[in-house]
Design a protein around this ligand. Structure first.
Ligand code: HGY
Ligand code: MN
Ligand code: MN
Length: 400
């Protein structure tokens, strides 16, 4: 089975134009935004031209379904608020190209999916979480983005595309090609990574409530400054976690909103995102205990209130051995000695899909390891090579 590199790259660049940020190859295509919905309309046409039946579930997850039972390939086409052109998009277009190549080769049957809101505008890999039953549609509808928009209102913008629930019974397994979003393959000059396991994640909002006041007349000693609480929390947290974490553990405060967010007003409220990831569920649990206790301590020392939002999270997951080994064999055939087995520090839809189907993942290199930034990029030859490795693995596992 051979892909058509020009056809593949042309579609990858066509997808990039939906929400093009005008900075390098960056995109701004958040879930349910105009560019996201228009990209999905375009993708639906490409799926139909490939002979696939397009079905869209209530979350906006878009499937191109092959006749009979098929191997599902894909990823997501929504982006971070400032995203790269390949995060998710590579997996969706590579899946479409392999599906076309499979038809041209007389099989095996390949279906394609673009999951919705993998980037978590509303939560954590929200679209595939609902499809896999990890989250109910009602729970998802109640989620809000940082601007307070409910997911229910956002997904209503593409309701005309919805055909109804999509059963996992159509599929025998799921393989996701994705960029590494880290420096390992690029530093080693290797062409692909076969993923062994995906880390787990926890994500919640924490709110400190103090006293809004005048920035000029309120003495420092009597302030109940919500941002000072966040600052004290963050400084103490790194020390408190020291004996629990490993070099692979990560934790991030990526979003902070202050109320009323004005230069001459002591902020009375601070809401911030607290996210942490690790390959060990027990370590994630121990970190949560430390985070909650420290936030309580910081608040009570300052005569302030602290509250915790809904905890969102996914457990670490290992890849399916048979699919993973098919990817290893294809990599060794296609790029002998220029590939590796490796864990994923990024979250992916494959984690949710693993609740329903056997899953595996393949990585392409990220130049300088950069991702979730407009500078995200990969050499086009490497994109083609990784997609050809995927096609070779699909052809070999076709008997599955
Ligand atoms: O954050 C992640 O790991 C994914 O790229 N959304
Ligand atoms: Mn992604
Ligand atoms: Mn991402």
């Amino acid at each position: 089975m051979n892909i058509d590199p020009d056809r593949f790259l042309a579609d990858l660049h066509a997808l990039r134009r939906f929400g093009a940020a005008g900075v390098g190859k960056g995109v701004v295509r958040p879930a349910y935004s105009e560019p996201d919905i228009e990209a999905r309309r375009w993708l639906a046409g490409r799926m139909e031209e490939a002979g696939l039946r397009v079905e869209v579930d209530e979350m906006g997850n878009m499937f191109g379904i092959a006749p009979g039972r098929s191997l599902l390939l894909g990823s997501h086409s929504d982006s971070q608020p400032q995203g790269g052109w390949l995060d998710g998009a590579l997996g969706v277009i590579a899946a479409l190209e392999v599906a076309r190549a499979a038809v041209e080769a007389g099989g095996p049957a390949v279906s394609v999916v673009s999951f919705q809101d993998e980037e978590g505008r509303f939560g954590v890999t929200t679209g595939s979480a609902v499809w896999a039953g990890h989250l109910t549609l009602g729970e998802a509808d109640a989620l809000e983005d940082h601007a307070g928009v409910p997911l229910a209102d956002a997904r209503a913008r593409m309701v005309d595309m919805v055909t109804g629930p999509v059963s996992a019974e159509h599929f025998t397994g799921f393989v996701e090609l994705h960029i590494e979003q880290g420096p390992n393959l690029d530093n080693a000059g290797e062409k692909v990574g076969v993923v062994t396991d995906i880390v787990g994640i926890r994500d919640m909002k924490i709110t400190f409530d103090g006293q809004q006041n005048h920035a000029g007349t309120t003495p420092m000693a009597v302030r109940r400054d919500a941002f000072q609480a966040v600052s004290a929390f963050n400084s103490a947290l790194n020390e408190r976690l020291r004996n629990v974490v490993t070099p692979r553990t990560v934790w991030t405060i990526g979003h902070v909103s202050l109320t009323p967010n004005a230069s001459s007003i002591v902020p009375g409220r601070a809401v911030f995102s607290m996210q942490w990831r690790d390959a060990d569920s027990d370590r994630l649990h121990r970190m949560e205990k430390i985070i909650r206790e420290l936030a309580d301590e910081v608040a009570s020392e300052r005569g302030m209130e602290v509250s915790f939002g809904q905890m969102l999270g996914l457990e670490p997951v290992a890849m399916d051995a048979q699919l993973r080994d098919a990817l290893c064999a294809a990599a060794e055939d296609e790029v002998p000695g220029q590939w590796r087995r490796m864990p994923s520090g990024a979250l992916h839809d494959a984690t949710n899909v693993s609740k329903l189907l056997p899953v595996a993942m393949l990585f392409a290199p990220s130049i300088n390891g950069i991702s979730h930034a407009f500078e995200e990029d990969t050499a086009e030859d490497d994109l083609v090579t990784a997609t050809q490795v995927l096609a070779r693995a699909v052809a070999a596992s076709g008997a599955r």
